[in-house]
Write a protein that binds this ligand. Structure first.
Ligand SMILES: [Zn+2]
Length: 339
């Protein structure tokens, strides 16, 4: 089947009452890990590339690796999504290359750091929606800003400085016509999200539930939603790493979100931890080895394990063959008829 749109995947997820993990990739092994996990659990998948990933691996490598994945795993519906597009032009270039979904993160200015105004965010997101929908491509927007910085992108801080205002969220969705909405409820990018297991004072699930009540048909997106499990931290530190103690978003909170309109869950840090831990273990236990396959293989297997676990926990497992893939052309029609 061709690459599918995020809109189709999330509409199906809403019907089925489950969430779909969106996993970041930079290289072949990460794409392979996700696809193997999808086959193992019979899951539809969202593969996403940030601007940092596109710069690291070059767009053409990423895109053609995705096409290879699509050929090798024909039974798996796949979305290729741009994570945190910083400008109209970045989104446009992804659409032209063949991404079936883009995020326009207008919560920050094009520098990827400075919080923007509401008016700026509406304007840039609306323009991306116009272009994307004319090609059948899905758009995710963001209102409120997350904490932390990753790949040079992010407002920094704790995640509580610019949480989403529900009134603004409603106005934002009406004015932009987007398909999926990322909201800020206290989460951050990177490994250092919380200094203890998060409670309602730092992870605002009540705010998420309120936004879902106000926007019951909008697909919500949770960013910065790695769980940063202690066992993955421990492996890294056992083999010479120096991670400071930290907490992520507990899976049960994500599952509560999924019951309340969350359809896309972004996970990157957990996979990074799994890969690094596996590589450190090989280096520490068998320092005589020097063939990259000797550590890339266990690294890939470790990431596959985490991804398969999340797919099962988010509920997307078993749903790969629920629907017929629609084309971008079908979605061009869809958007014409659903203005
Ligand atoms: Zn994000």
């Amino acid at each position: 089947m061709p690459l599918v749109t995020l809109r189709q995947l999330l509409d199906e997820a809403a019907k089925g009452g489950y969430g779909v993990g969106a996993f970041n990739v930079n290289n072949m092994e990460q794409i392979q890990a996700i696809m193997e996990a999808a086959r193992e659990t019979k899951s539809p998948v969202i593969v996403q590339a940030s601007r940092g990933a596109r710069a690291y691996s070059n767009d053409n490598f990423l895109y053609h690796l995705m096409l290879a994945a699509n050929e090798l795993y024909p039974e798996i519906p796949m979305v290729l999504h741009l994570d945190h597009g910083n400008s109209f032009d970045t989104c446009k270039s992804a659409i032209e290359l063949g991404f079936t979904s883009v995020m326009m993160d207008g919560s920050l200015m094009a520098d990827g750091k400075t919080p923007s105004t509401f008016e700026y965010n509406v304007d840039v997101t609306r323009r991306v929606v116009e272009l994307a929908h004319s090609k059948g491509v899905t758009v995710e927007g963001e209102i409120g800003t997350l904490g932390g910085i990753e790949d040079g992108h992010g407002a920094g801080g704790t995640g509580l400085e610019h949480v989403t205002d529900p009134d603004q969220a409603v106005e934002f969705v009406e004015k932009t016509g987007l398909d999926a909405l990322a909201i800020a409820i206290g989460t951050s990018h990177g490994a250092y999200k919380f200094t203890k297991k998060p409670d309602g004072s730092v992870l605002k699930m009540d705010l998420l539930i309120e936004i879902h009540k106000r926007l019951p048909t909008t697909h919500l997106v949770m960013h910065g939603s790695s769980s940063v499990p202690k066992d993955l931290q421990d492996i890294i530190n056992k083999y010479g790493g120096k991670l400071k103690e930290t907490w992520g978003v507990p899976v049960e909170e994500i599952q509560l979100g999924i019951k309340n309109g969350v359809r896309k869950i972004n996970v990157d840090t957990d996979n990074r931890l799994a890969i690094t831990g596996a590589i450190r273990k090989v280096f520490a236990e068998t320092p005589e080895k020097f063939d990259p396959r000797d550590y890339n293989k266990p690294a890939r297997a470790a990431m596959q394990k985490v991804v398969a676990q999340r797919m099962t926990q988010f509920g997307q497992a078993g749903h790969a063959s629920d629907f017929q893939a629609k084309s971008l052309a079908d979605y061009v029609e869809f958007y014409k008829n659903n203005k």
